[in-house]
Ligand binder design. Structure first.
Ligand code: C5P
Length: 220
């Protein structure tokens, strides 16, 4: 079912976690499955959009008609996203690591019989979504995600203004039927002068509903 509002638009989507390497055998990651971003990519392509999906390390099949770029770290994801611009719509559905090790050891970090603990020095990663939202040019709509355990509306609206987004999709993590790893998701969408709640359903169904809202926000 082609959607005339999305047909032919270039839609750039980031999905999945990022892995920040510590050494050749270890990394810092998170529990993002990539399922929501992949479902959005499939739904956007089915509606006639030209979709580029920048995917962190996940084992998911590439949806039909979607151009996929695989990355591992936040730095690589930023590079791939910026290289894929210009786009009409950017959807930042990836769970980008907020921190990365200051140094990556090229040898395996070894424990010794004497050591009882270790301290990792981490530095902030670049905020890809905020950087994309700052770009002027073709972008018609920039959409972010907010995975929160508490004060969902407060943090979601905070991101909307701080990162200058058009739309934030917030979901509660850490409960059944929603969020990371789950096949289902419930969400609330926030934009400057409105909000809409989406009841728990499959990520495929929710993706369709979110693209319907995105179509409406493009028109608005
Ligand atoms: O600030 P917070 O990480 O909660 O914001 C979440 C949103 O920002 C998501 O859409 C995520 O993809 C994006 N993000 C990003 N780069 C980061 C951190 C988050 O693009 N370094």
């Amino acid at each position: 079912v082609v959607d005339s509002r999305l047909q032919g638009l270039r839609v750039l989507i980031s999905a999945g976690p990022t892995y920040e390497d510590l050494d050749p055998v270890r990394y810092i990651g998170n529990r993002s499955s990539g399922k929501m971003g992949f479902a959005l990519a499939a739904a956007a392509a089915a509606r006639g959009a030209q979709v580029v999906l920048v995917a962190g390390p996940v084992q998911l099949a590439t949806p039909d008609g979607v151009e996929r770029v695989n990355v591992r770290s936040a730095a690589q994801m930023r590079q791939a996203v910026l290289s894929a611009l210009p786009a009409d719509i950017y959807i930042g559905a990836a769970a980008v690591s907020d921190y990365t090790p200051r140094v990556v050891s090229d040898q395996k970090l070894k424990k010794t019989a004497q050591t009882t603990g270790m301290t990792l020095e981490l530095v902030r990663t670049p905020d890809i979504l905020a950087e994309v939202a700052e770009q002027t040019g073709a972008l018609k709509l920039v959409v972010g995600f907010a995975a929160e355990t508490h004060d969902v509306e407060k943090y979601a609206r905070g991101k909307l203004t701080a990162k200058r987004l058009d739309l934030v999709i917030a979901n509660r993590v850490g409960m059944a039927g929603s969020g990371f790893e789950s096949d289902d998701n419930a969400a609330t969408a926030y934009w400057a002068d409105g909000e809409r709640e989406f009841a728990s359903t499959s990520k495929q169904q929710l993706a369709g509903q979110l693209l319907e809202l995105i179509g409406q926000r493009l028109d608005a």
